[in-house]
Ligand binder design. Sequence first.
Ligand code: 5GP
Ligand code: MG
Length: 454
Amino acid sequence: MCGIFGIYGHKNAAELSYLGLFALQHRGQESAGIVSSDGLNIYDRVRMGLVSEIFNGKKLAKLKGHMSSGHVRYSTKGGSSLKNAQPFVLKTGKGMITIAHNGNLINTDDISKKLENNGAIFQSETDSERIVHLIARSKERDLTDSIVDALKQVEGSYSLIITTKKDMYAIRDPYGIRPLSLGNVDGAYAIASETSALDLIGANYIRDIEPGEILKISEKCVKSIKPFEAKEPHPCIFELIYFARPDSYVFGVSVSEARKNMGQELAKYDKENNKNINADFVGPVPDSGMYGAIGYSKESSIEFDLPFTRNHYIGRTFIKPQQSTRDFSVKIKLSPVKEVIKGKRIVLVEDSIVRGTTSKDKIKNLREKGAKEVHMRVYSPLLKYPCFYGLDIPTKMELIAHHYGVDEICKIINADSLVYQSIEGLLNSVPQGTKYCHACMSGEYPILRSDVKD
Ligand code: 5GP
Ligand code: MG
């Protein structure tokens, strides 16, 4: 997963990119970068780390021009290193091109082989660089045509911001798997993975970039084309479950509302099937489980409380003590609140279980602090299948639900009871009429997997 942001036609373009990326930081914390252009030159700063660590007033002042774009990275393909950080800036026969990509291509191996057979040498391991190579090598002379030509060769998910010295392109793949929104501020166009970034810079939301749309923003005009074969859009439902920020709208849906509904659906299920749950309170595993727990509490009329408090000040550079384990980062982030927990029967609401590490650890904490019962409620369905479209659910082998059923998982995490959301319940929580991608839960993959190995 990653976050992308772009702004065209604003005198403080780079500064607004900085703010936009700040509001998208939850989408990726490994690296961040901003590029800008004044029509003559392209300026860039791309580093490992958080947005606030990489940029300051002096650095931003060097990113000149009326147009800027940026990227925050969470690596799903290619290691976590500077050579894979974005936006990429590449010099091509068609001029300088920068690219910021959120998503994941599924035919990268094919494309890489083809390009390498033609002499391409790659600087990085990322999909995004392959796209620029395809654009650069296209026989089309016009850049828009070259972009179309390149994207017709790729399969997978991509929300993209591509810039040249003069123009900006905002693009979403035909399946619309990852979000991308368009807004305006002070007469300038703004593009962002989530509306939280538009809100922070004071931009008005105009609309989403549509699945399969290429929007070109230039000095003369704004032009939208849809050059690809139309597909039935399949936005990623996990954006609504976990990834997006609660104050955002993605795919036109309020993330906080969707999560509350998901919690409500779980409570409805319990009302019908587990009538004898007598809990003292409902609480979330923060922060992600928060709105789901509110929804559950509302529907069940069980009181809401907070069994954990979160430490917000753990930077990337936090030094773990020597005897630390993988679990330590979970422990340091969330601390149990004994007075809330002691002697209580608790419904613990979590957005998802991936490997099981968090749930197991949190339930252990609750028991150590004297919880009488812990009933785990998970508002995503069982995650059984890998995601090839950009979520960090890379192989089946790492997924606890690939190996075990609900009863076994309940024992492993040491809960008194465990209920997952059904796919039906999940789909009831979001506005009807959209077909979502839920491949990680159902195994139904909307896009052909020609070179995927799982
Ligand atoms: P587990 O501990 O079971 O491996 O992962 C579940 C926890 O990770 C949940 O608290 C959930 O909010 C969070 N989570 C779910 N998906 C992702 C993801 O793609 N990346 C990260 N960093 N956390 C995730
Ligand atoms: Mg979580």
